[in-house]
Design a protein around this ligand. Structure first.
Ligand SMILES: Nc1ncnc2c1ncn2[C@@H]1O[C@H](COP(=O)(O)OP(=O)(O)OP(=O)(O)O)[C@@H](O)[C@H]1O
Length: 615
């Protein structure tokens, strides 16, 4: 394909450059004795109404035809793509306005717009180019908008936002490279149709004006006698198709080249492990959230997946957040990281991150605080990386953006982090793309990327769910090592009670958007006092479980997320419920050292736990 493309483009370029010099004179020389001739040995394509050789005119017109088509396409594509891609990085209101503008422009037929503007700008080559650019821009804008909308929803954009990258960086680094391939194809294909549209304008007398001429003008002149002599019209048509195919193949090649872009050039030698981070001087409480609520308006009503969550995390602490599917774990995490879907509304009584109430910060300060202090590791390591960028680029961009770290130094740091997550072949890895890594490798790279900024808090949302059990253990060990080395607080969200019990220091049990129990992880096995937590723990099978009996389950289902809950949210499913539970909602209250519970009638302590407590 490369050879064919280069041959076609090369022939067009040579023709464009040498055409006027070689055939210009013959193309412009009138011959009154040979007007409107058909193809002959002397004039292979015949002559026009002034007796000028049509083949010479066709060859000499190559340069101007291509130049005008390319100029109109590039102008239209640049304006349209910028307009469309901007919608991925601006706020909701601006996005809606841009969307409305694009819709408005698209409501008019392209050729009509082109004719209108061609008249407005004045008949001629320049006017036609600008008119076509205006006519084509909305189409590009719509494609870019649609492609960019998909990118907006990806985990890697969320991760980039957590890193606090500025809009132009988001646009240039994450949105445009990711949507470049289809847009390049579209742009080059559009160059072919722009050629045809230019000929349309020339046909109407609004394009290139005599004595200048392009393929479009030659085509329209040939059309006058197409029934008697088809060749004068067919030949410029073939030239347009030839150029169109060449542009299309060029698009394919450019798209492939774009995928190979952003190669990290200079790789430094791995540096030594970072020194143990001493954070004893700074504030111990990393995160304190009080009464966090999330409401999401939907067509069926308002969903309230988070209904008054209060939690706190100290330095170097791994806190597990468990609960059945739909209990609101992820939305709690997203609200803390300021990554909720746009239509979701979050409120809280207090939200202090590193001792600063987020309400006292401007939006910019908040973004900066989150970018440098917090990192999020997502469930699916495959979608957490931008597939079009190399690992090296993605690992280093946050430190380069926020700490102005020189490239070589950032690469060095990335290599150190990769060693820390036991990925030794760092140089090769930095040059690879996400799809070249296994799931476990990707998740380790995600952890390495998260710790590049030395965040105070890492939110790991089911970081092991998509991985097999042997890799799970490695990922958990890594997180534990990071919290040990960097004194990072980690909020570890998981379904896996056994994993949480082995990994975390403390566990928060979530049910129907509320925290129902907060207890030390070692107490999960025997020290649970909330009926829901106890049922949840009992439903986890272990190696000693009696296989002749069915596994235990929690009967019933969680309350309707659309409805109001007046009493205890677990009331309907609770075997120990009493009248008060239906009427009054229990709040999280201290029950013992490091143990809080939201229940009016806590279960009695298990025998062994009671003995230990007595001791
Ligand atoms: N974008 C949304 N629009 C409407 N409702 C939503 C949206 N996202 C989540 N929800 C609702 O919020 C509930 C809680 O979602 P969330 O993802 O926080 O649960 P989860 O506990 O993390 O579950 P899982 O363990 O399955 O990931 C869901 O059951 C769903 O009803």
């Amino acid at each position: 394909m490369g050879v064919i493309t280069l041959t076609m483009l090369g022939s067009l370029t040579v023709l464009a450059m040498v055409g006027p010099a070689l055939w210009g004179q013959a193309a412009d020389r009138p011959n009154p004795s040979a007007v409107l001739q058909g193809p002959t040995a002397g004039h292979l394509l015949g002559t026009d109404h002034l007796g000028r050789d049509l083949l010479a005119r066709l060859l000499a017109a190559t340069g101007l035809s291509l130049l005008l088509a390319v100029a109109a396409t590039l102008l239209g594509a640049t304006a349209g793509i910028t307009l469309g891609a901007l919608t991925a990085v601006v706020g909701v209101r601006t996005r809606r306005m841009l969307g409305a503008l694009i819709n408005l422009l698209l409501a008019f037929p392209g050729l009509l717009v082109a004719m209108f503007f061609a008249v407005l700008f004045g008949a001629g080559a320049g006017g036609a180019v600008f008119a076509l650019a205006v006519a084509y821009a909305p189409g590009f804008a719509r494609i870019a908008q649609t492609l960019a909308a998909k990118v907006t929803e990806t985990d890697f954009m969320a991760a980039a936002r957590v890193l606090g990258l500025r809009r132009h960086r988001l646009l240039l680094r994450h949105v445009l490279p990711h949507i470049a391939e289809p847009l390049m194809l579209n742009t080059t294909v559009a160059a072919g149709s722009t050629l045809v549209a230019l000929s349309g304008l020339s046909f109407l007398g609004l394009g290139v004006q005599p004595p200048s001429y392009d393929w479009g003008l030659l085509l329209s002149q040939g059309l006058d006698r197409i029934y008697s002599e088809p060749l004068p019209a067919v030949a410029p048509g073939i030239a347009i198709v030839y150029a169109g195919v060449a542009f299309q193949l060029l698009g394919e090649m450019l798209a492939k080249a774009a995928a190979r872009r952003t190669r990290p050039r200079q790789m430094a030698e791995p540096a030594v492990r970072p020194a143990h981070v001493d954070r004893t001087a700074s504030v111990d409480q990393v995160l304190e959230v009080e009464d966090l609520r999330v409401a999401i308006p939907t067509a069926a009503g308002v969903v309230r997946p988070v209904r008054g969550v209060s939690l706190d995390l100290r330095r170097g602490e791994i806190v597990g957040l468990v609960g059945e599917s739909g209990s609101g774990k992820s939305l709690t995490a997203l609200a803390i990281a300021d990554l909720l879907p746009e239509h979701a509304k979050s409120t809280w009584r207090a939200n202090r991150f590193l001792g600063t109430d987020t309400k006292s910060l401007t939006r910019k300060e908040r973004r900066r605080q989150l970018a440098t202090g917090m990192a999020v590791i997502f469930q699916n390591p495959a979608s957490a990386f931008n597939p079009s960028l190399r690992i090296g680029t993605q690992m280093t961009e946050a430190v380069r953006a926020h700490h102005n770290t020189p490239r070589a130094e950032a690469v060095e740091q990335a290599l150190t982090e990769l060693q820390r997550v036991t990925l030794p072949a760092g140089h090769r890895l930095l040059r690879s793309r996400p799809f070249q890594l296994s799931g476990g490798q990707r998740q380790r790279v995600a952890i390495a990327t998260a710790s590049m900024m030395r965040p105070d808090l890492i939110i790991a949302d089911e970081p092991t769910t998509a991985l097999d059990v042997t890799v799970q253990r490695q990922i958990v060990d890594l997180l534990r090592r990071i919290r040990h080395d960097d004194a990072t607080a980690i909020l570890f969200i998981s379904h896996d009670i056994a994993l949480v019990a082995n990994t975390c220091d403390r566990v928060l049990v979530m049910y129907a958007g509320t925290i129902v129990e907060n207890l030390p992880a070692h107490a999960l096995a025997t020290g649970t006092r909330h009926p829901y937590t106890r049922a949840l723990v009992e439903s986890v099978p272990d190696m000693t479980a009696d296989r002749t009996h069915p596994l235990r389950t929690i009967k019933g289902s969680p309350p309707d997320p659309y409805g109001e809950i007046s009493g205890c949210p677990f009331y309907d499913r609770c075997a120990h419920r009493q009248d008060r539970c239906a009427q009054e909602r229990p709040v999280l209250s201290p029950l013992g050292p490091g143990h809080e519970i939201a229940c009016w009638h806590p279960l009695p302590q298990a025998q062994r736990e009671a003995e230990e407590a007595a001791k």
